[in-house]
Ligand binder design. Sequence first.
Ligand code: ACO
Length: 337
Amino acid sequence: MEYAAKITGTGSAFPQNRVSNIDISEKLALSGIETNDSWIRERTGIAERRMSMPGNSEEHNSSLGLAAAWNALKMAEKTPLDIDQIIYSTCTPDTILPSTACWLQHKLGAAKAWGMDLNAACSGFIYGLSIADQFICSGKAKTTLVIGAEVLSSIINWSDRSSCILFGDGAGAAVVERTQATSDQRILSTHLLSDGALWEMLHVPAGGSALPATPEIALQHLNKIQMNGREIFKVAVRTLSSFALKALKKNQMTVDMLDWFIPHQANFRIIEAVAKRLNLPMEKVLINVDRYGNTSSATVPTMLDEAVRDGRIQKGQTVLLDAFGAGLTYGSVLLRW
Ligand code: ACO
């Protein structure tokens, strides 16, 4: 028997606290750093983002993942005991040990599942879907929960105005199930690539075993995000376009055959430039960066969930998921809904 994988449920969750550009301007002004709403909107397309309240266990990474997982399970009409694996994409885990997948498994009561964390930064959900697809197609798994969840507010460098304005917190989830290889509704293809040579473009220098965090390190913000925004912008436009085209070529499809495009939501101008390169009308591009900012591995699954729930994505439609992230990492998934 040959198998394929399909998404049967999606879910998402965000912290309560909305942080507007004006809120950020006021916060930075306290340290003598200037920014403003119109600069942020114009350069990024972001109007607000959500941020977890530090110390609120309901808004820990695994708690946001849990709420998203319940929503996805409900849509898929599955229970936690139906899940046989949990792939949890995050670069902001609850704890180094145990994995956030284990925290989630415990909170969800998914007692029959194995779970692991996956760190591919903003490409993580796409990496996770690819792993789920492989396990399911090989017959090793039947029902997989793939999560993309972040509390990026925990690693924002508030002394760097060009990066601190970009990020937010949130979680997206998908239940991925076994179907027949001949099924119309399935994951059609996946493409992944990493380029560790470009690590410096986006990294957190300290807090790992190479440079454990100390009070001195924290004073220099070395346990927070360091980013070369201008260079990432260029790589992002190039690689999002090429991974979109790879997916289409693999399936002998052309851009006009796409119903929806869900790119990683880092910056509206990146998304617009990619659509232009692909000759794809903006009406087919799904965007939530204006309301949530860049939530790293949560951007793609939360956008997917929103568009499934509000009825934009309809059965039988072709959807392209496409991302880039720290690493650098790249990936695309083409699927028929
Ligand atoms: N408010 C006001 N002015 C600012 C701010 C700010 N928040 N940030 C930077 N500036 C200033 C700079 O200091 C600079 O001033 P100068 O000309 O006097 O030196 C000026 O604005 C222009 O700076 P640039 O860096 O050229 O601005 P740019 O148009 O490139 O926008 C941005 C910066 C938004 C970071 C953009 O480069 C970007 O979005 N890059 C992509 C980065 C990204 O998406 N990272 C997300 C992580 S990657 C991922 O998700 C995997």
